[in-house]
Design a protein around this ligand. Sequence first.
Ligand code: NAP
Length: 119
Amino acid sequence: MKGKAVVTGASSGIGAATARALSKDFIVYCAARRVDRIEALAAEIGGVAVQCDVTVPHDVARLATVVGADLDVLVNNAGGALGQDWLEKTPLDDWGRMYEINVLGAARVTQALLPALRA
Ligand SMILES: NC(=O)c1ccc[n+]([C@@H]2O[C@H](COP(=O)([O-])OP(=O)(O)OC[C@H]3O[C@@H](n4cnc5c(N)ncnc54)[C@H](OP(=O)(O)O)[C@@H]3O)[C@@H](O)[C@H]2O)c1
């Protein structure tokens, strides 16, 4: 029987490639904001699409509910590189947004899924 894996940021790039690779051995829960893309990917790989913004606690709680009581693999991939301009030109809000997604988002998803991972 296949195990279960969650990939955040599965709607493009590294996350989509990771979801495809994991689908050989796992039912992959494909999480991201762009639902059309994760639905197409989930249909292709026999996975489950879950619309989820990792900065929104309610979305992350729903992801945990959909995944259920047990989980084998979590890939915290959602994120990106914002605020890459020279420091004197970079709005620091870009760094704040990046921290919110890349750092707090990863922590939020991990916190929500830890009980299932431990099980
Ligand atoms: N490519 C590189 O060379 C490189 C180098 C170092 C680190 N990384 C990291 O690797 C990860 C993937 O990079 P990539 O190149 O594959 O980038 P990408 O193609 O831009 O993919 C980023 C993914 O993150 C998702 N995402 C962004 N904000 C989100 C949010 N608030 N909630 C949920 N999902 C969110 C996007 O989905 P939606 O827009 O649909 O939500 C998308 O699926 C990123 O974390 C990036 O920082 C990449």
